[in-house]
Every structure is written in C-alpha cells, then in structure tokens.
Design a protein around this ligand. Structure first.
Ligand code: SAH
Ligand code: SF4
Length: 369
C-alpha cells in the first residue's frame, strides 16, 4: 500500500498553482481566490473559519492542505523598535526575519536560503556557509507570520508596507522558489504589495537578473561594494563569474524599458581602508554615470571573527560627498537593530553547513574563461 501523500502547505502555492489544484478537485478557480483572500488578507489559518466556502469543501481542504507557519524559536525587540524573529524551518536549521519600523512605513527583511553559498568576505551569513534553499512556503510564511506577530490587520492598517530580500541568502540563487513567492507578495488576493515596494537584493547573478526582469520586474538592489573587478573579486566572489562589465550591462537592461522613475539601488558596504577612499568613490561615480541609479552606503556591521572595520563617519561623509558632486543620489543606511544583531550582514539563524567548497577558493581563471 502506498503511504498517503503529506498535505501540501498552502503558503507554497501561488494563484495559478492553487487554481490548478482546485480544478483537479472539481472546484471553480474563484474558490482558490477566496481561500487566498482568507489566508493573506484576513490572516486566517483555519479552514473551518472560511465561512463563504461550503462545509464539504472546507472538510476536503482540511484533508488535502495545511496552512502552516514556521515555529518561532526566539523573538527580540530592539530599543529602536526593530523586531527579529528566529524561525525554525527544520530540525537542524533556522532563519531570521527582521521588521524595521520607520515612521508610517514598515519594512520586512526576509530570508531566502539557510545560509548562503556566495561567500562574500564581509558577511556573517556567508561566513556560515550554505545549508539549503528555502521553499516558497517557508519564504511566504515569514511574511504571514510577521504580519500576525505585529498584530496588523491584514486588510487595513498594514504594519508591513515593504518587503526586501535582504535577510539570509542570495534570492536569485533560489529563483525557482523565489518567483512564486514574489507572485504571492504582489497578488491582489495575496499580500497585495506593489512592485516598487518589493525589493530583490542580489550580489549579481546576471542570468537571473534577466529572468526576473521578464517574469516579475520588482524593484532591484544590487550589492556592488566595489567599483573595480580586482576589489570586487575579493569582496564579492561571484564577480569572478559575472564581472562588472557583465553586471552593469544586466543592470542597464533591467531598467531599460521601464518608466523614467525606475532605478536600481546599488548597495555599498563601507569597509575602513578597503573600499572607502576618494579614488573608489570617483571610480564608482564613473561606473554609474548615466545610469538610473541610487547608491546606498551601508556602514559595515561587525560580527565575531571578522577582520574588517566600519569606516569612520567622516570617511562615509566624504565618500557620499564625492558621489553627490557627480550628481549621484546617495543615502547612508541607518544602522538599525544592532543591539539585537539584526543589522545587515549580522543575520545568522542556525545553519547546518552542507557546503564543501567555498566560492572564494575557486581560482579566477577557471571560473571566468
Ligand atoms: N544576498 C543578497 C541579499 C542579502 S544581504 C545580497 O547580497 O544582496 C543584504 C545586504 O547587506 C547586501 O547588500 C549585503 O552585501 C549587505 N551586507 C552583508 N554583510 C554585511 C555587513 N557585515 N555589514 C553591512 N552590510 C552587509
Ligand atoms: Fe550571500 Fe548576500 Fe551575504 Fe554575499 S552578502 S554572502 S550574497 S547573503
């Protein structure tokens, strides 16, 4: 006898996939839309309470599906209101999700992988290695969980106005699971966020930047961190595979057919004595000249074992000033939640490292031939 299939977690199905399941059960597609509405707009995880569905259908749904958020391991609230949750995704692994309130806005920073294989030299997630990709259900459930935890009414007064893929992991290295997640974030029956309020942040996986442009076209942030290949190879090792010329060409393509307001945010971590000199700022200005770009300078957030130091405020100001003088819009990211280790690059979760080889160990010439 075959074992019964385990129930499917509805957080993993976007509207197209859910409608297909409903058709298989002989139900019209609009029923799927109603269920999504209950889950994402009303914050419901109990089929029994979905009162506009017939009793039989509710029972059938409860037999086929679950609506299961991850288990909360810890919750920490920073003095500045930033919240960090550590969520268990399986027996060995946990990920972090961070909420950053800012006036009338609230940004949720979500994880897409357990750990990260990109091995950027200044990032604590990278330093932990890589365990596995998160599933769509595990990524979507972070947003659902946070909305509930923040007590937001899902329909009005929504606590979460923006979602950024700036937690653990490289989202474009997990494209197959991230794309349905984006669809649920943007869907009117899902979280109903607009494209410009959902930001995918990437270290520069060029082929997937092109796919994202075709498939979903959300806001994009690119982790640049260095204005020349020599330095970027060292800081962001994926640069050996997709060097700056290719990356910048992909960035150009990403905004090409969009309206005039569309731009890419270039993230640049400020590392004392490494990438923060005037000459770097001048190189960066040259690299971005003529592109619809904003630069976001991120003061480095230290973590145990790192040899990097945060650039002095004076140096950050000088760097921003050079860019500004070249007409490049530049902001400096406020460090939030650092008293609870919730700042950029400090997210570690619990990672069972299954990766053997480190990207940084791959010789340049064998990767980029
Ligand atoms: N993997 C994706 C998204 C997650 S990291 C990416 O790299 O874009 C989100 C941002 O935090 C990235 O720009 C990343 O480079 C930056 N970051 C990583 N470690 C950091 C640290 N220790 N201090 C400051 N920013 C860091
Ligand atoms: Fe991965 Fe982003 Fe950290 Fe690089 S900066 S190791 S891509 S999470």
């Amino acid at each position: 006898m075959m074992a019964a299939a385990s129930p499917v977690n509805l957080f993993g199905l976007d509207r197209t996939a859910l409608r297909a399941r409903f058709l298989d059960m002989g139900e019209p597609p609009y029923r799927a839309d109603q269920v999504m509405h209950w889950i994402y707009r009303r914050g419901m995880d109990d089929f029994g309470a979905m009162t506009n569905l017939g009793k039989d259908l509710r029972a059938q749904l409860a037999g086929h599906f679950v609506i299961r958020p991850p288990e909360l391991l810890t919750e920490q609230v920073s003095q500045d209101g930033t919240c960090k949750w550590v969520l268990r995704v399986d027996a060995r692994n946990a990920v972090e999700t961070v909420f950053i309130p800012e006036g009338s806005r609230g940004t949720l920073c979500i994880s897409s992988q357990v750990g990260c294989a990109m091995d950027c030299s200044f990032c604590s997630t990278g330093a932990q290695g890589f365990s596995r990709n998160l599933t769509t259900a595990e990524i979507v459930a972070q947003v659902w969980f946070a909305s509930k935890a923040l007590g937001g009414n899902f329909q009005t007064a929504r606590a979460i106005s923006n979602v950024v893929f700036m937690g653990m992991g490289e989202p474009l290295a997990n494209y197959a699971e991230v794309l349905p997640t984006l669809r649920i974030l943007l869907d009117d029956h899902g979280f109903g966020l607009s494209k410009r309020r959902v930001t995918v942040s990437t270290s520069g996986l060029v082929p997937f930047m092109d796919r994202l442009r075709e498939d979903c076209d959300t806001a994009l942030a690119v982790s640049l961190h260095a204005p020349n290949d020599e330095l970027r190879n060292e800081l962001v090792p994926i640069n050996r595979k997709y060097p700056l010329a290719e990356l910048m060409a992909a960035c150009r393509r990403y905004t090409e057919q969009k309206d005039r307001k569309a731009h890419i945010v270039y993230e640049y971590v400020m590392l004392e004595g490494v990438n923060d000199r005037t000459e770097h700022a001048l190189q960066l200005a040259k690299l971005l000249a003529g592109l619809p770009a904003k630069v976001n300078l991120i003061p480095f957030n230290p973590f145990p074992g790192t040899e990097y130091r945060r650039s002095k405020l004076e140096q950050i100001r000088n760097f921003a000033g050079v860019l500004y003088a070249k007409d490049i819009l530049t902001t400096t990211r406020k460090t939030r939640g650092d008293d609870i280790d919730a700042a950029c690059g400090q997210l570690v979760g619990r990672v069972h490292n299954r990766q053997r080889r480190r990207l940084r160990d791959i010789p340049v010439h064998t990767v980029h031939s």
